[in-house]
Design a protein around this ligand. Structure first.
Ligand code: GLY
Ligand code: MN
Length: 279
């Protein structure tokens, strides 16, 4: 991506940050009326500030977060749920953001939610730290899966030793991780998805923009998982630019740590309605 394209992505991401803030303000309304409120509020910001959403908004509350690409957004939102919001505004020049945050509907993570969240966050940070020119496209995925597998072992969910679970011919973590960690981002949300494999999965170069988005998904009926974790789905996704000597997180304006997210939500609830009169 050249400087013009990066500026367009930054614009799309700035609008997306406002859309996420709108959703937090609207969460008390969503409790009782459902996920449709979240989709509607985010998509309103996308149409007001940008051209549209860059892809169908995923507004997944409670165990819907364990279903990839939950875009029906017709479920209930309960106090005590985690909300997984995967959404991006597309700017008028059609570049799109692609950001995911997972947040507690009532503004406070439970101890079990926090444990899962902090494991995904550690995996995502390791993935972001691995982004630099010259590394293979799949390096962030490999390091993120290693952190998740060690954490799943630590939680007692994966009984096998991590090195066994990570073996390419076993990949036992995949029951809970479900998807890859990165894709390219630009005019298409999955930019250059039709590029030849050896090119797409080749070296990262300065100016590439990719997502880093590991997740953990514990199905509500998965008896291999302790009961307190069943129905929890967490994904954290940022848009990362490859720079000359490392990377820049273009979506860093959205909080990621548990403490930052809780403070961000409390601050938005204390600050009253937005310019779109949403609360
Ligand atoms: N944000 C949806 C996806 O990356 O597939
Ligand atoms: Mn994505």
């Amino acid at each position: 991506k050249d400087a013009y394209e990066i500026a367009r992505l930054q614009e799309a991401i700035a609008h997306t940050v406002r859309g996420f803030e709108d959703v937090v303000r609207a969460l008390p309304t969503a409790v009782g009326r459902g996920e449709r409120v979240i989709e509607g509020v985010f998509n309103l910001r996308a149409r007001v500030e940008g051209n549209d959403v860059g892809y169908d908004t995923i507004a997944a509350s409670g165990s819907h977060a364990t279903i990839l690409h939950w875009i029906r957004n017709d479920g209930e939102v309960h106090n005590g749920d985690l909300l997984l919001l995967d959404a991006g505004v597309e700017c008028h020049e059609l570049y799109t953001a692609d950001v995911t945050r997972t947040m507690p509907v009532n503004g406070a993570f439970s101890p079990a939610q926090r444990r899962v969240y902090e494991l995904v966050l550690a995996a995502q940070q390791a993935g972001i730290d691995a982004v630099r020119p010259g590394v293979d496209f799949r390096t962030p995925h490999r390091v993120a899966m290693k952190v998740l597998t060690e954490g799943l072992h630590g939680l007692g969910i994966l009984r096998e030793e991590p090195e066994e679970a990570l073996r390419p011919d076993r990949q036992l973590y995949r029951r809970y991780t479900l998807h890859g960690t990165s894709h390219m981002l630009g005019i298409d949300v999955h930019d250059c998805a039709n590029a030849r494999n050896e090119k797409y999965h080749g070296e990262l170069l300065e100016g590439y923009v990719l997502t880093v988005e590991p997740g953990l998904y514990f199905q509500a009926n998965d008896l291999t998982v302790p009961e307190e974790y069943r129905g929890i789905g967490v994904r954290i996704e940022d848009d990362v630019l490859v720079t000359a000597d490392g990377s820049l997180n273009l979506s860093a304006a959205l909080p990621r740590s548990v403490d930052e997210i809780e403070a961000w939500m409390a601050g938005l609830w204390a600050s009253g309605p937005s310019d779109l009169n949403l609360r």
